[in-house]
Design a binder for this molecule. Structure first.
Ligand SMILES: Nc1ncnc2c1ncn2[C@@H]1O[C@H](COP(=O)(O)OP(=O)(O)OP(=O)(O)O)[C@@H](O)[C@H]1O
Ligand SMILES: [Mg+2]
Length: 482
C-alpha cells in the first residue's frame, strides 16, 4: 500500500541537504515545479536527522558543509539504508572527489552550477531504476516463498540448481523428463513440480509403467468400456482421464513396449485417445511428467525407444545428481529423516516434538564416506533403521546397515579364535568385545535369551537387535543339551 505522501507525490520525495540557503531555495523551486515533494535541511547533522524521520526516493547532498562533510553524511546514510539513492553536489568538479563519492556509495554527482534539465532527467531515471529494483526484489522474495520446497533437502549447489529449474518450469504446461539413478528423488520432484503448478488443486496421478503388465497398461492408461475384453464387466476410466486438468506421472518410462510407445505418442500429439473397445474419442488436458533411471538417449540410439516420443517427453530435462556427488547434503538429510522417524516412532522427542537423536562422530564419518549406490532412499532406510534401533540419544555406528559398515572396512570376526586385524578401528574393537561378551553369557545361560538379557541388564528387544547386528550364532537350547 502506498502511503498518503507517496500518493500525493507520484514523482517522488526528495531531500535536499545544503548549508547555502540560495542553493536550497533554487533546488526546492526547481523540484517543486517538476512535481516532486521536497524537504530541506541546512547542514549535515540536521540533514541526517531529517533523513531518519522521513521516507525519501532520493537525496541531494552537498559535499562541503561547515558542520560535517557530505562524504561523512553519506557514510551515515548508507549505514542506515543501502538503497535510497544519493546524488552529491560539489563545488569543485574534480575527478578525485567524484571517484571517492561513487566509491562511498553515492549514485551520481553534479558540479555547481548544474544543468537543471540534466539534473531532472538523472533524478527521474535513478528513481525509476531504484523502484524497479525494489519491485524485482519483492517479486523474487514472493516467488521464493511460493516455491520453497519444505520437504526437499538440497543445500548443495547442484540441488539448488535443480530446485531453481523446478520453480521456473513448474508454472508452465511443458512436459518434463526427470532422470536420475534409483532413489535420487525423481518422484518427490515430480510431486513438487505439480504442487508448485497452477494444477496443484487437481489430481496428481502416478503410474509405474514398469510394474503394470504390458497387456493391462493400455486399459490402465486409457480406460476401457464394458465388454472390451474378458473381465471388462463395466466401463472404467483410465489414468489419463483421472488426471484430467492435473498431472500424470509416468514412472519408469524406459520400460514401455513399442506398441505402448506409439499409443502414448498419439495422445501427446493429439491430446485425445480412445478407451479400449470404444470408438468415442476422449479429450484430456494433462501435463506429463515422465521419469526414468535408465539412459533414455541410449535406448533411442539402440532403437529401443522412439526418438519422436523421446523429444515429446523431454521438452525439459530435470537431472537429479546422485547423492555421492552432493555429499554436503548428507548431514541435512540425516537430520531431516531423524525428525521424520522419531516422530513416527514417538521416540527421542523433546518438548517441542523435535528429534534429539544424533550420530556419534565415528558413525557420521562412516555415513559421509559411504558412496550411496541407492542414493537418498538408501540413506533414508539407514536412518529409519537407526531411529528404530537407537537406545540412547547418541547413536553408535553399530546401528548402521551391514553394507555401510562393510564399505567402511568394519569387519567383525566370525570364528571364536579369529583375531581382530591389527589395523582394526575402535568401532571394530568395541563390536568384537560386545560380541564375545554376549556369546559368553549366552553360553552360560544355555542360550536362553530372556535370561541372558536379564544378566546383561538390557531389554530383550535390545539383545535381539545386538544378536542380529553382531551376527551371533544362536543355538537352540535343545541342541546344546542334546
Ligand atoms: N532431496 C530430498 N529431500 C528429502 N527427501 C528425499 C530427497 N530425495 C529423495 N528423498 C526421499 O527418498 C526417497 C526416495 O525418493 P524417490 O522415490 O522420489 O526416488 P526415485 O528417484 O523416484 O527412485 P526410483 O528410481 O527407485 O523410483 C523418498 O522417500 C523421498 O521422499
Ligand atoms: Mg521412483
Amino acid at each position: 500500500m502506498p502511503d498518503a505522501e507517496t500518493l500525493a507525490s507520484p514523482r517522488g520525495r526528495i531531500l535536499v541537504i545544503d548549508d547555502e540557503a540560495d542553493i536550497r531555495e533554487s533546488l526546492e523551486t526547481l523540484l517543486d515545479l517538476e512535481g516532486y515533494q521536497v524537504a530541506t535541511a541546512d547542514g549535515g547533522v540536521s540533514g541526517l536527522d531529517r533523513f531518519e524521520r522521513g521516507v525519501f526516493d532520493l537525496v541531494l547532498l552537498d559535499l562541503m558543509m561547515p558542520d560535517r562533510s557530505g562524504l561523512e553524511v553519506l557514510d551515515d546514510i548508507r549505514k542506515r539504508d543501502r538503497d535510497t539513492p544519493v546524488f552529491l553536489i560539489t563545488a569543485y568538479g574534480s575527478v578525485e572527489v567524484a571517484v571517492e563519492a561513487l566509491k562511498s556509495g553515492a549514485n551520481d554527482y553534479f558540479s555547481k552550477p548544474w544543468d537543471n534539465e540534466k539534473l531532472i532527467i538523472e533524478i527521474d531515471r535513478q528513481i525509476a531504476r531504484t523502484r524497479l529494483e525494489q519491485e524485482n526484489r519483492e517479486l523474487r522474495r514472493a516467488l521464493k516463498q511460493r516455491y520453497s520446497f519444505p520437504n526437499i533437502v538440497g543445500k548443495s549447489d547442484r540441488m539448488q540448481r535443480v530446485l531453481d529449474l523446478v520453480s521456473q518450469v513448474a508454472p508452465s504446461k511443458s512436459n518434463i523428463l526427470i532422470t536420475g539413478e534409483t532413489g535420487t528423488g525423481k518422484e518427490l520432484i515430480a510431486k513438487a513440480i505439480h504442487a508448485a503448478s497452477p494444477r496443484a488443486e487437481r489430481p496428481f496421478v502416478g503410474v509405474n509403467s514398469g510394474s503394470v503388465p504390458p497387456d493391462l497398461l493400455e486399459s490402465a492408461l486409457f480406460g476401457h468400456v464394458k465388454g472390451a475384453f474378458t473381465g471388462a464387466v463395466a466401463n472404467r476410466k483410465g489414468y489419463f482421464e483421472t488426471a484430467d486438468h492435473g498431472t500424470l506421472f509416468l514412472d519408469e518410462i524406459g520400460t514401455l513396449t513399442p506398441d505402448m510407445q506409439v499409443k502414448l505418442l498419439r495422445v501427446l500429439q493429439e491430446r485425445e485417445f480412445m478407451p479400449v473397445g470404444s470408438n468415442d474419442v476422449v479429450r484430456v488436458d494433462v501435463r506429463i511428467i515422465a521419469a526414468t533411471n535408465s539412459d533414455l538417449k541410449k535406448l533411442v540410439d539402440d532403437g529401443k525407444f522412439r526418438e519422436d516420443l523421446y523429444y515429446r517427453l523431454n521438452v525439459i530435462n530435470v537431472q537429479l545428481p546422485p547423492l555421492r556427488d552432493r555429499k554436503e547434503d548428507v548431514p541435512a538429510l540425516i537430520e531431516h529423516f531423524f525428525q521424520i522417524y522419531c516422530r513416527e516412532n514417538e521416540k527421542f522427542l523433546d518438548a517441542q516434538g523435535r528429534s534429539r537423536l544424533r550420530f556419534e562422530p565415528e558413525a557420521l564419518h562412516i555415513l559421509m564416506d559411504y558412496n550411496w549406490p541407492g542414493n537418498v532412499r538408501e540413506l533414508e532406510n539407514a536412518i529409519e533403521r537407526a531411529a528404530v534401533l537407537a537406545t540412547e540419544e547418541e547413536v553408535p555406528a553399530a546401528v548402521l546397515p551391514e553394507p555401510v559398515l562393510h564399505s567402511a572396512g568394519v569387519r567383525i570376526p566370525r570364528e571364536p579364535g579369529e583375531q581382530l586385524p591389527s589395523d582394526a578401528s575402535l568401532f571394530e574393537v568395541v563390536a568384537d568385545f560386545e560380541r564375545r561378551a554376549i556369546i559368553d553369557i549366552l553360553e552360560q545361560v544355555n542360550y536362553s535369551q530372556t535370561e541372558a538379557a536379564a544378566r546383561l541388564k538390557i531389554p530383550l528387544s535390545t539383545l535381539n537387535q545386538k544378536i542380529k547386528r553382531l551376527d551371533i550364532p544362536i543355538r537352540k537350547k535343545s541342541e546344546k543339551a542334546g
